[in-house]
Design a protein around this ligand. Structure first.
Ligand code: S5P
Length: 260
């Protein structure tokens, strides 16, 4: 059977990567294929959002470099919240430089991403060396990498042969656990797809973002995890109510895919 036809629980049991096993187990237990994109710019806002929405998500996605009062204590508290709510941390670094440079960016600097983020991602524009550089830092720590095989924004250039190359590189590299993109890309091994640009109401923003529904992404396209940001915490929104709504929509779309 296609991976899209299997339950998250079954895929977790059959998967070789401990991080992916843990992710699928969490998804099944929390009945959630929702990742929160917590793009807020202060430490207090980020911690409050992570704590209130934590019960409804499987992955907390951050852009840690947008937090204006970042400090080491933020990381400590984020780790504690991830443990409390049993979700994985994903810092959306979108690395894009030479293997040697990304090693420094991923393992060091002030953010020390590899020390706390279970998942990060990269563009493969520099070639396979970027994966090898990141793997040197992340693999010994049990981390996982997503490749940006596609993007959600209008006019994005990751298409056709470039997307196909991403898939080839993912299959060939054990450090890669999946993709950012809009669909299932391969049946050769169980690589997860996480999809941003998901919204139940708006069709986009003023800067090129485009939203599609959980039904389109999960039921029809076979993606595994929906990433939702402003649909949950945007102006005037009740973040907990919206998180519950997106969790329900994502999970229903998954059950529909299974034919349940
Ligand atoms: O193609 C992409 C890839 C990513 S990771 N399009 C995206 O929107 N993202 C990220 O998903 C983006 O950086 C942001 O953190 C999130 C979408 O947020 P929203 O507020 O538009 O739901």
């Amino acid at each position: 059977a296609s991976f899209s036809q299997k339950t998250y629980a079954q895929r977790g049991e059959e998967h070789a990567h401990p991080l992916v096993k843990a992710l699928f187990a969490t998804m099944e237990r929390k009945q959630s294929n929702l990742s929160l994109a917590a793009d807020v710019s202060s430490k207090a806002e980020l911690l409050a959002l992570a704590d209130t929405v934590g019960p409804y998500i499987c992955v907390l996605k951050t852009h840690i470099d947008v937090v204006s009062d970042f400090d080491a204590d933020l990381v400590k508290q984020l780790q504690a919240l991830a443990a409390k709510h049993v979700c994985l941390s994903f810092d959306d670094c979108k690395f894009g430089d030479l293997g040697n440079t990304v090693k420094l960016q991923y393992g060091g600097g002030i953010y020390r991403i590899a020390d706390w983020a279970h998942i990060t991602n990269c563009h493969v524009i520099p070639g396979e060396g970027i994966i090898q550089g990141l793997a040197e830092v992340g693999m010994p720590k049990g981390r996982g990498l997503l490749l940006l095989a596609e993007m959600s924004s209008a006019g994005m250039l990751a298409t056709g042969a470039y997307t196909d190359k991403n898939v080839e590189m993912a299959i060939a590299n054990d450090f890669v656990i999946g993709f950012i993109g809009s669909r299932r890309f391969t049946e050769e091994r169980d690589l997860i797809t996480m999809t941003p640009g998901v919204g139940l109401h708006a069709s986009g923003d003023a800067l090129g973002q485009q939203y599609r529904t959980p039904k389109k992404i999960v039921t029809e396209n076979g993606s595994d995890i929906i990433i939702v940001g402003r649909g949950i915490y945007g102006p005037g929104k009740d973040a907990v109510a919206e998180a519950k709504r997106y969790r329900e929509a994502g999970w229903t779309a998954y059950l529909d895919r299974l034919g349940h």
